[in-house]
Write a protein that binds this ligand. Structure first.
Ligand code: NAP
Length: 307
């Protein structure tokens, strides 16, 4: 594939940035990639594993001359980082981000945008529960969606170039309104994470009573919750604080449904439970048919083999 940008800057060098870097190298999407991370430790690790062509100690050195700057930091600090780099941006450069919440990030970044710099917000719907510079891999975005939100008045060719970049990383790309994005993601990602955190928290409380049997006899349902609940605490704190309205809306609906199921169990209403579970099973089927998960039993894990 032909190079899409001459120079790319990755700000923040965790799971998403490192996956972008390895994906850029896999498809030769840029001539040079510069990276910056806040801590000396992360920069040292990045140098150690060859993450980025140049790792900069100064954030401004990373963005100077870059045609594309990708902000890969937690949602809550996007504005702070933008303040740090705004005076070093090249005229005509494109800024994008990978934050899991969009309205709040756009509100942080848009007012700080220098004249002549483009901003197209983005969110790759791909991730794992691992974080840090060592956790990335080139295949992370393969066949996953990446949603883009160009700011008003953005030249369509700027968005088209970013689209080609994400397609080069393996993603399917679609444009979406930021508020709609936040509501959809509250249903598909944010509320499920909060529910997983809660379930694991409840089990942990119970573990104190059952003398660690919860861990010892951990069954698939609970294990799957623990995987989600192992996700990065900073990232998820910021997601809930910045997607407050949509998450609370979905949690309100969730609570109503939970009460209805609770009542069905109390009243022995098997028909209600069976109908409900039949409907939810169909949703699983449609996710598999859309190629967004595996049909293999237990997510393809082989018993006895470490994942
Ligand atoms: P990560 O692995 O934890 O990496 C975060 C990076 O941000 C680290 O390099 C960290 O630097 C840096 N950072 C943290 N706080 C900072 C601050 N105050 N100022 C400057 N840099 C800071 O996180 P990630 O999973 O790649 O997530 C990055 C972004 O992608 C987040 O906005 C998240 O919402 C979004 N996202 C995540 C996923 C997912 O599943 N993980 C999926 C899609 C989108 P140090 O290492 O030096 O601390």
């Amino acid at each position: 594939m032909a190079q899409i940008y001459d120079r790319v800057a990755l700000i923040g060098l965790g799971l998403i940035a490192s996956s972008i870097f390895w994906g850029i190298k896999r498809a030769d999407l840029a001539r040079e990639v510069r990276g910056f991370a806040r801590s000396e430790e992360t920069r040292a690790t990045a140098r150690d594993i060859g993450l980025c062509d140049v790792v900069c100690d100064d954030i401004n050195d990373a963005v100077k001359g870059a045609d594309l700057v990708v902000l890969c930091v937690p949602v809550g600090v996007m504005g702070t980082v933008m303040k740090d780099i705004r005076d070093s941006l090249k005229p005509g450069a494109t800024i994008t981000d990978v934050g899991s919440v969009k309205r709040d990030v756009i509100d942080q970044i848009a007012p700080l945008l220098p004249e002549g710099v483009n901003f197209v917000a983005g969110h790759p719907l791909a991730g794992t529960e691992h974080s840090g510079p060592r956790s990335g891999f080139a295949e992370l975005f393969d066949n996953r969606w990446c949603l883009l939100m160009p700011s008003e008045g953005t030249d369509p060719s700027v968005t088209a170039q970013l689209r080609a970049f994400w397609e080069g990383l393996g993603s399917n790309v679609e444009e979406m309104d930021a508020d709609h994005h936040d509501l959809v993601l509250a249903v598909t990602s944010h509320a499920p994470h909060l529910i997983a955190y809660t379930m694991v928290g409840v089990a942990d409380d119970l573990r104190r009573v059952t003398d660690s049997e919860v861990i010892k006899y951990s069954a698939a349902g609970f294990r799957d919750f623990t995987r989600i609940a192992a996700s990065d605490p900073t990232m998820w704190r910021d997601v809930f604080l910045s997607n407050k309205e949509a998450t609370l809306e979905i949690l309100g609906r969730f609570t109503e449904e939970l009460f209805a199921l609770q009542r069905a169990i109390r009243q022995g209403d098997g028909e209600h439970l069976h109908d409900y579970f039949t409907r939810t099973r169909a949703i699983r089927r449609s996710i598999i048919d859309a190629g967004q998960d595996t049909d293999a039993p237990n997510f393809g894990r082989v018993p006895g083999r470490k994942p």
